[in-house]
Design a protein around this ligand. Structure first.
Ligand SMILES: [Zn+2]
Ligand SMILES: [Zn+2]
Ligand SMILES: [Zn+2]
Length: 312
């Protein structure tokens, strides 16, 4: 701990987290967040369950500086205080809803059989009920683990997103949240901390998808891309389509066909276009890959280099 020029305490991240290890303090932050405006001491105190004003004052003072600002209008959340309340209310910290695998009225992109969705650990996971799916391994922010048969990928959705939604609505919400996350990733910005994201491209040299998934790379596509934030621990991965999702020509292709590529009713279709493309490796050194996206009876081909830049 040290002091800055204004006398406010500067806490290390460990100290900052330790400050939150108390129900009353989290309650104070939540009350300030729900108020949506600065609150005077007595008003803030009245909104909490703490009777003793000395106790209340003690905990409030522990929050001032890092999590709460004291202004002339009253106490208000700092940026970091807001982040804490957002995390608490998203269910990221404590809630553990669950959704068993449930069939939704939507066909698998590869075989047309119905798909199933499930929610665990902050993600919606999709599975085909008949074919091997899209990936044999699940990329869950680490090195990857063997996926259940039929795995079609996952979309991030905080626990709060599960509440009051049917499985179909939940999938739609996850597609919107997930697509927005991928747009940031594709543009090189970490969706969690806004740090710089690095990409790594891998090519399966012995690709064979006769049985649905390649035994060698455990995927339908020979070219894979992984993203890693240079600041926080965020990681993600998938096909190279993820890397070109913000390409102007691809956005225009969707819009020209009447599809809203960000948040419309057609997110299922938009997702299908992003994921189910043809891939042709034109050369390995230097790497040149042609991706062809399909929509209605039309198609769009993009040639990418080893950095996933679209070539003219
Ligand atoms: Zn299938
Ligand atoms: Zn392969
Ligand atoms: Zn990050």
């Amino acid at each position: 701990m040290s002091d800055d020029a204004d006398g406010d305490e500067i806490l290390t991240p460990d100290e900052a987290f330790a400050r939150l290890g108390n129900e009353t303090r989290v309650e104070i932050l939540r009350c300030l967040g729900e108020a949506g405006r600065p609150l005077q001491f007595s008003e803030l105190h009245a909104r909490t369950d703490v009777q003793d004003s000395g106790q209340f004052n003690y905990h409030l003072r522990k929050l001032v500086g890092q999590f709460v600002h004291k202004t002339e209008e009253g106490y208000m959340l700092s940026r970091m205080g807001r982040r804490v309340v957002e995390a608490v209310l998203s269910g990221a910290v404590t809630d553990t809803p669950s959704l068993e695998r449930t069939q939704v009225d939507e066909p698998c992109e590869y075989c047309g059989a119905p798909i199933e969705v499930t929610w665990t650990e902050g993600s919606v996971r999709m599975f085909c009920t008949e074919c091997p799916g899209q990936f044999g391994r699940a990329f869950d922010g680490g090195t990857g683990t063997d996926a259940e048969v039929g795995y079609l990928g996952r979309l991030p959705l905080p626990a709060a997103g599960v509440q009051d939604r049917t499985p179909a609505e939940l999938l739609h919400a996850a597609r919107i949240a997930g697509t927005l996350e991928v747009y940031a990733l594709s543009a090189g910005v970490c969706p969690r901390c806004s740090g710089t994201v690095e990409r790594d491209i891998s090519v399966c040299k012995d690709h064979d998808v006769d049985g649905g998934l390649c035994e060698n790379c455990q995927s339908r596509h020979a070219v894979g891309v992984s993203f890693q934030c240079t600041n926080c621990i965020y990681k993600a991965g998938g096909g190279p389509g993820l890397g070109v999702i913000t390409d102007t020509a691809l956005l225009a292709f969707l819009i020209d066909h009447g599809y809203n590529p960000i948040a419309g009713e057609s997110m299922t279709e938009v997702n299908r276009v992003h994921q189910k493309y043809d891939e042709e490796i034109i050369s390995l050194d230097p790497l040149r890959v042609e991706l062809t996206f399909h929509l209605d009876d039309d198609s769009l081909s993009l040639t990418l280099d080893e950095q996933l830049r679209v070539l003219e």
